[in-house]
Design a protein around this ligand. Sequence first.
Ligand SMILES: Cc1cc2nc3c(=O)[nH]c(=O)nc-3n(C[C@H](O)[C@H](O)[C@H](O)COP(=O)(O)O)c2cc1C
Length: 388
Amino acid sequence: MAIDCVNHDYYLLKGDKILALIRRIFKNSTEFRHDSLKYAARFAPFIPFIGGRPDLSEKLKCRITFKDRSCPLYLSSPIILAAGANKTASRISDFANLVFGGITVGTATRNFREGNPHRPRLGFLEEDRSIYNSMGLNNDGIEMISKRVDAQLTYAHKAGMSVGISVAETPGLISDDIKLKDVLESFAIAYKAADYVEINVSCPNTGENRIDLDTRFTELLFSEIMNFRKTQCPRKAVYAKLSPDMSEHQLISTLDILSRYGVNGVVLGNTFPSRKIGELPMFSKYEDLKSLRADGDKGGISGRPLYQNTFWMVQTVKSRYPEMSVIACGGIDQGCKIYDLLRLGADAVQCYSVVAFRWMPAHAMRRELSLALKKDGFAALSEMQSKE
Ligand SMILES: Cc1cc2nc3c(=O)[nH]c(=O)nc-3n(C[C@H](O)[C@H](O)[C@H](O)COP(=O)(O)O)c2cc1C
């Protein structure tokens, strides 16, 4: 059955208007605003009308299985909090209070990084319900992040979440050998701790050449990663996170490589390079991305305008690589979008920008997803997935 791409909207409720007010109040401290999500997650159960607690009911439970028998991923719902929202991997289980079914922490590099030096590195485009950022992979380094994940994984599982670690190459490395060694070391450390590992080959914020545009290095990298994984027990899922600005030809060439080496899945996709803002259906213009100017215009756009492209990528990949696990990411802010993407064959979705624009977004999207399932006669998500 053909599924149309509809950018489903939502009504602005009281909580969403409160969030808009908070964004206005903190308009000069956008990074603080961004960072405050962890406090919302921590205190959600204690704030009377938020009522945030993990939701372990059966209705939206989701299990991602893999053809090569990698360990399945168990999620209390198909809504995963995307990389970037919890870069430090601190207090992971708190995010179950916001009813996320999983979380990707990081992105982590081999060592601690401050990220880009200019401030602010983040801005909101209100009219587009969009965020632009050029954080530049600020993180505590893979050893620290993996140690934190390791210590918290059992709690996260009890709260209904699977935990992935996102890793990327250290920006600025020149030689392929050193780059390869760097990513492999980070991967090996992350692999021990996480339920799945996401290789971020598409960060537009560091100004270095992106790996996913270099077919030769992509092939080298994933052949080494998957060779390493063959030596490991248990076998855990490996995802590649790709950029949303790829042409169909680039996307297919990359997927050919990933499927050849047995990579389990793809996250589609990362932030959209801000230089190409004109390709997105947006009111904002390149000139509006003021804070990125200071750092040579590196950066990416996230949020609602990415959705049509996300839909297209998922459709393209699932129609040609049905065995590949797909996690859709980009502009997902409404439960009906999740429903449509799951029907296209995505196993789950990731989202991030929506937390800045919708009050308790995973609660709201769960409600919308449940209604969409009910409307089509499904009592539970598993029922729909077994029929599709
Ligand atoms: C402030 C910010 C920081 C981000 N940091 C990362 C990151 O470290 N690693 C990564 O893979 N993606 C990162 N992303 C991209 C998101 O994970 C996601 O792919 C993108 O925002 C599209 O999803 P969305 O439209 O739901 O926000 C970041 C996004 C934002 C807005």
